[in-house]
Design a protein around this ligand. Structure first.
Ligand SMILES: [Zn+2]
Length: 356
């Protein structure tokens, strides 16, 4: 249980809490990373380890100093630093996500695109200012920043954390049985002639044309497939199973699955529940199993939803997918205050920062 003083992670919207407060608190809620501007390096962002405490008060790991996060109030600046608090796990996921972003040949995918920790800082401080403008602070700390889609979490009342929110409290990094849970869904690859949805002759012609392309052009075309997004569940079989398999294990196709391990499958093969699991030797060959279908299922926006084939994956993976999407969708100026002020006037719109 929590109280009205719960502090929430600026990345994922789940609590930062000490695990002594209740036996139900997951241990990853306790470990924080405090973001701040480097005092002597323009545009650099510092990441300081800290331990969650009571509400917005956290303890810096390096010095054991107590600080007040998410506050521009003078008492929050005892160390002359403005900190924004996130889970350490979420900050780790941010870095993995940012490594996949960045301009393509110098071009942005969209206005406000972010690809550095500095941009994350700009986005979060803009949200902080918008939250103040939304009337959610009387001069003290901001306990929970405004965020699009309410962090893909159900609405809950006030600032009180409720533990019945499905999978949001599951550790997004340390996911037990991750490999087994994913590869349980690998299905045998049907013979070519049974793939009636795409006439084999068309596929073969396209494959011939692709094979005739210069390698650099072929690689350029493949770069549009990685990561796989907004994909149909209908397999076209243009690319061989080895393409899907290799790039799944390297994290290129499904970037939030960076820790799949074929050797872990071998070690845990006896624990697999499905008797139709592929023998490890056949999985390693990468020819007889439907890697394309598995990747397409994993790439669905609602891949782990209740009515989806992969709905039985561990809750930690569902939470990781949620956090990854939150980071994917961040952009500069992505929230504005909407609550009228005490005089009934529309709130001031916070200027959208330009990327540093
Ligand atoms: Zn978090």
């Amino acid at each position: 249980m929590s109280d009205e003083f719960t502090l929430y992670c600026a990345i994922c919207g789940a609590p930062l809490m000490e695990d002594e407060s209740t036996p139900d608190v997951p241990s990853w809620f306790k470990h924080a990373t405090l973001l701040s501007e480097a005092p002597d390096q323009p545009k650099a962002i510092c990441e300081s380890d800290a331990t969650a405490g009571y509400g917005p008060i956290l303890s810096l790991t390096s010095t054991e100093d107590l600080i007040v996060a998410n506050s521009t109030h003078p008492y929050g600046r005892l160390l002359r630093v403005f900190y924004l608090a996130s889970h350490k796990s979420c900050c780790s996921i941010v870095k993995r996500n940012l490594a996949k972003h960045g301009p393509c040949n110098g071009l942005l995918r969209s206005p406000g695109q972010i690809w550095t920790m500095r941009h994350i800082w700009q986005c979060l401080t803009h949200r902080f200012e918008a939250t103040i403008e939304d009337g959610q602070s009387d001069g003290g700390p901001i306990y929970r920043l405004l965020a699009p889609h309410n962090y893909y979490m159900p609405r809950f009342t006030e600032m009180k954390w409720e533990f019945d929110i499905p999978f949001v409290d599951a550790d997004p990094l340390d996911i037990p049985d991750l490999n087994v849970a994913v590869f349980r869904h690998l299905e045998p690859l049907l013979p070519k002639e049974s793939a009636s949805h795409v006439p084999p002759i068309e596929v073969e012609n396209l494959q011939i044309h692709l094979q005739g392309l210069p390698m650099e052009i072929f690689d350029h075309i493949l770069s549009f497939v990685c990561p796989l997004t907004e994909a149909s569940l209908q397999c076209n079989r243009v690319l061989p199973p080895s393409f899907w398999r290799t790039r799944l294990f390297t994290g290129q196709l499904i970037p939030f699955l960076w820790d799949l391990d074929i050797f872990a499958i071998e070690e845990n093969q006896s624990a697999m529940a499905n008797p139709s699991e592929p023998p490890i030797s056949e999985m390693e060959q990468g020819r007889d199993w439907d890697w394309e279908l598995l990747v397409r299922q994993l790439a669905q926006p609602n891949a782990f939803g209740d009515d989806q084939p992969l709905s039985d994956v561990p809750p930690g993976l569902k939470n990781r997918r949620r956090i990854w999407e939150l980071i994917d969708e961040m952009y500069l100026g992505d929230v504005q205050a909407t609550t009228p002020n005490v005089w009934g006037h529309s709130p001031r719109q916070i200027p959208v920062p330009l990327p540093d």
